[in-house]
Design a protein. Structure first.
Length: 185
């Protein structure tokens, strides 16, 4: 730092002289150092509250799914799926993340339920998938919702809601509805 300047001297950075010149100007320095207005604080507080609410809801959902797993004698797997689950056909090839997975047996059939994200970025969509190791004809849980998509891969039947093109969509199956599906299987 040179003795007669209050700002550091960075001769190797070509952009620094422009920034230094702007900061030496009284108006520019005030613009860089001025306090944020109350609306900025309000916006930051609202964003933090919204982020906190989403985090809290995900923790509540996880606790409820753990309770369901315990109730039905399933194991809570978290973000892992058993390797025996065939995910080799579309749309399951596009699954980019999995969470709240549970695995167990219900009435002699293996059942795996999990929350997941299909795709990436703005085009992604979240759904709860229920996989039953049984033939499609023997799975009656779809009678709850006529819009549920049913896919058969090998000896597994997958139930999930297809992607919707609407402004507001129900993405993850509510925990009470998931419990009813598991009860019906």
């Amino acid at each position: 730092m040179s003795p007669n300047r209050s700002l550091p001297d960075f001769p190797h950075w070509p952009v620094m002289p422009v920034i230094q010149e702007q900061l030496q100007s009284r108006n520019a320095r005030a613009a860089y150092t001025r306090d944020m207005n109350p609306w900025t604080y309000a916006l930051l507080a609202a964003a933090a509250a919204l982020g906190g609410w989403f985090w809290w809801r995900s923790r509540v959902r996880e606790a409820e799914i753990r309770r369901i797993a315990e109730l039905y004698g399933f194991r809570y797997l978290g973000d892992a799926l058993p390797p025996s689950l065939p995910m080799r056909d579309l749309p399951f090839l596009t699954i980019t993340s999995v969470w709240n997975a549970i695995d167990g047996e219900r009435r002699g059939r293996r059942v795996i339920a999990f929350d997941c994200r299909f795709g990436e970025g703005k085009g992604s969509w979240r759904r709860t998938v229920i996989a039953v190791q049984a033939e499609q004809a023997s799975v009656t849980a779809s009678s709850f919702d006529p819009d549920v998509q049913i896919d058969q891969i090998a000896d597994w039947t997958f139930l999930y809601r297809p992607k919707e093109f609407a402004m507001v969509t129900q993405q993850l199956t509510p925990v009470s509805e998931l419990s009813a599906y598991l009860e019906a299987i």
